[in-house]
Design a protein. Structure first.
Length: 421
């Protein structure tokens, strides 16, 4: 049974007997068209409540198509705008879900308490969780802390320019593709060719300079082999849009692509590039974040958002203060399942800085936990190693980060909170 047919079946279960009686009454009494439409609207709202509150995340397009079929059976024509309004009304009223019972051929209904339905839905959702279908980086320390980004959830990766946000996201993309998940990648900051080049470099373990030298010298043997590996992995599963293809992309276009292609993983690099003409970062983020959350939950994809940082945030980060640094304000931290922050610590070795990742938000475990990541800056790749590190008591101390856990007397409040279960 198709998804639209499933919706039609659910609607008919809830209004079927009433609908048959209503249609018979309309025909016998020659009820006018306006009355029929008004009654049909009320019936659809009732029938849609279980659809919009159910486990399956149906898109509005599918629900509208199903409503059209039901209306056709009843001989009533409703516009798509009206049906869209009915869907929103059904969502508001779905706090109490109608349940139909049959007793000796008589139809009766009761309205179940919302908490009962919501808990049942949550338990069914949790039962589907699996590391095999979660978005993970393939870095055990981080993945085990966040416990993966599951269907319908958002992860935010924040950091300044050059903090390896894109490279870390691409490591998660590679991991997802190897699991068999499909990925849609919106590179709004880099050309699509640069994204694929990054993926080649991690396989070749070459510097970009040496990679360019080989291309210009015509020695393509290793490059061609790596390219074949990437092409084989991507086939039918990787949908890449570079900034040259999607200039001035809006959240509306992203939503349409996601609803049409339904990828398992969506990556947007980076968030405030979705701003409309003349729109500032704060207005952009306040508009797009609820939209992204909505279609993420509807389609069950796993959404990864890359976010830049303001100059003031980068100064705070450099002094050892982490958290709340995503461009566009607090809504970026409020809506995701998890938020991590990247920074390069230049205090020890300017030529090979430590890359610090801090889990600032984590709904399934401790937050304010930091690691030093194993990085090969030459090939924009990660070794998969991560070492737990701690922030010194005072941000003015150098080095700011240490691999020795501070004593409880000297430990900062942030670090003390970080180790709570």
């Amino acid at each position: 049974m198709g998804r639209v047919a499933e919706i039609v079946s659910t609607i008919r279960e809830d209004i079927g007997v009433i609908a048959s009686q209503t249609l018979k009454s309309w025909n016998e009494n020659k009820v006018d068209e306006n009355t029929r439409k008004a009654v049909m609207e009320a019936m659809l709202v009732t029938g849609l409540q279980r659809v919009v509150a159910g486990m399956t995340a149906y898109g509005d397009r599918e629900i509208i198509d199903a409503c059209s079929k039901v209306c056709e059976k009843m001989g009533v024509g409703l516009t798509e705008d009206i049906m869209q309004r009915l869907i929103q009304t059904a969502r508001k009223q779905a706090a109490y879900i109608p349940e139909i019972t049959y007793d000796g051929g008589n139809v009766s209904s009761r309205r179940a308490q919302a908490s009962e339905k919501y808990l049942d839905r949550r338990m069914k959702t949790v039962a589907t969780w699996s590391r095999q279908t979660a978005f993970e980086f393939g870095i055990d320390e981080i993945d085990s802390l966040i416990k993966g980004i599951q269907a319908g959830e958002i992860l935010v990766i924040a950091g300044g320019e050059g903090s390896m946000k894109t490279s870390l996201a691409l490591r998660g993309v590679e991991n997802s593709l190897k699991k068999g998940l499909s990925v849609m990648f919106y590179s709004l900051d880099m050309d699509a060719g640069e994204i694929q080049e990054r993926r080649l470099l991690t396989r070749l373990n070459y510097s970009q300079d040496f990679y360019i030298y080989l291309i210009q010298s015509g020695d393509m043997r290793c490059i061609d082999k790596a390219r074949e590996e990437v092409n084989e992995l991507d086939r039918g599963k990787f949908f890449l849009y570079g900034k040259e293809d999607v200039y001035a992309t809006t959240v509306d276009e992203v939503r349409e692509a996601v609803l049409t292609q339904r990828p398992n993983v969506l990556v947007i690099d980076y968030l405030t590039r979705l701003a409309r003409k003349g729109q500032d970062d704060l207005s952009c983020v306040n508009e797009v974040m609820p939209e992204i959350l909505s279609f993420t939950q509807k389609t069950g994809c796993r959404t990864v958002l890359l976010s830049q940082m303001s100059r003031a945030s980068k100064r705070e980060q450099a002094s050892g203060i982490t958290g709340g640094h995503s461009k566009g304000g607090g809504i970026v931290e409020e809506l995701p399942q998890a938020e991590i922050e990247l920074m390069k610590d230049f205090s020890d070795n300017p030529n090979n800085p430590e890359l610090i990742v801090t889990v600032n938000k984590n709904r399934r475990g401790p937050s304010k936990v930091s690691f030093s990541l194993g990085v090969d800056y030459m090939s924009y790749s990660f070794t998969g190693e991560a070492t737990r590190i701690y922030r010194n008591r005072s941000p003015k101390e150098r080095p700011i980060w240490t691999k020795q856990q501070p004593s409880m007397q000297a430990e900062s409040v942030t670090d003390a909170q970080a180790d709570r279960p």
